[in-house]
Design a protein around this ligand. Structure first.
Ligand code: ATP
Ligand code: MG
Length: 206
């Protein structure tokens, strides 16, 4: 039988409990063997207060420590230049033989698929699971997903999860303005951000 492995891509700037809760729901409902978090590399031009890839990778690593089915890959951070999901999935298929991949996104991210590099090829390499996220109606997502599958084929499913109105943008803003983000991010991530002075203007101004 094929192993079932989830891939959760994102900038994770920083990782928050929305990411972790979604991953856990998909893990359980689809009975996956493992979920690999894949932080993106640094964009060529960072806008606003963003953390370097090494910090984002460290925060994801710490956040997944307590779950033995969660792991992290530095495949995109290590690759030079812009990394495309197509390349990442192709590489992961070489490493993980006899494996079915489930690419996990929020509903906001999945509707952007037509703007990805080679969406049709990406859809051949994995199933997509789009977890509900506040801010976009199920009806709108349903229509867009239908259109994507008609245009490119593939398999995209919407998964209803307990919705959490949490975003990394909001977390960064909290640290910038000194508003507590307690319970919205894992405690170790909160401590790491404070210790390294991330998301604040000052010595770390980008
Ligand atoms: P930012 O505000 O910087 O865009 P983000 O919170 O959207 O950050 P990303 O790293 O962009 O986090 O997201 C990675 C993946 O996780 C995306 O597919 C996104 O849709 C999904 N995701 C993030 N937060 C949630 C949430 N609260 N509920 C459901 N999915 C989420
Ligand atoms: Mg996002």
């Amino acid at each position: 039988m094929k192993r079932k492995v989830g891939i959760m891509g994102g900038s994770f700037d920083p990782i928050h409990i929305g990411h972790l809760a979604v991953a856990n729901e998909v893990l359980n409902i689809y009975e996956l063997d493992e979920i690999i978090f894949v932080p993106t590399g640094d964009p060529p031009h960072k806008e606003g207060l963003r953390a370097d890839a090494c910090h984002r990778l460290m925060m994801v690593t710490m956040a997944v420590l307590s779950n033995d089915r969660f792991s992290v890959s530095d495949i995109e951070i290590k690759s030079s230049g812009k990394s495309y999901t197509l390349n990442t999935l192709t590489e992961l298929h070489k490493i993980y033989k006899n494996t079915e991949f489930y690419f996990i996104t929020g509903t906001d991210a999945v509707i952007d698929l037509p703007n990805w590099h080679e969406p049709g090829e990406v859809l051949k390499l994995c199933r997509f699971i789009a977890a509900t996220r506040p801010g976009i109606s199920l009806e709108e997502v349903g229509i867009k997903i239908k259109g994507i599958m008609e245009a490119y084929g593939g398999n995209i499913e919407i998964l209803k999860v307990p919705m959490l109105q949490i975003s990394s943008t909001d977390i960064r803003e909290r640290f910038r303005t000194g508003v507590s983000a307690k319970y919205l991010i894992p405690e170790c991530v909160e401590q790491y951000i404070i210790k390294n002075g991330l998301y604040r203007y000052g010595d770390t101004r980008l």
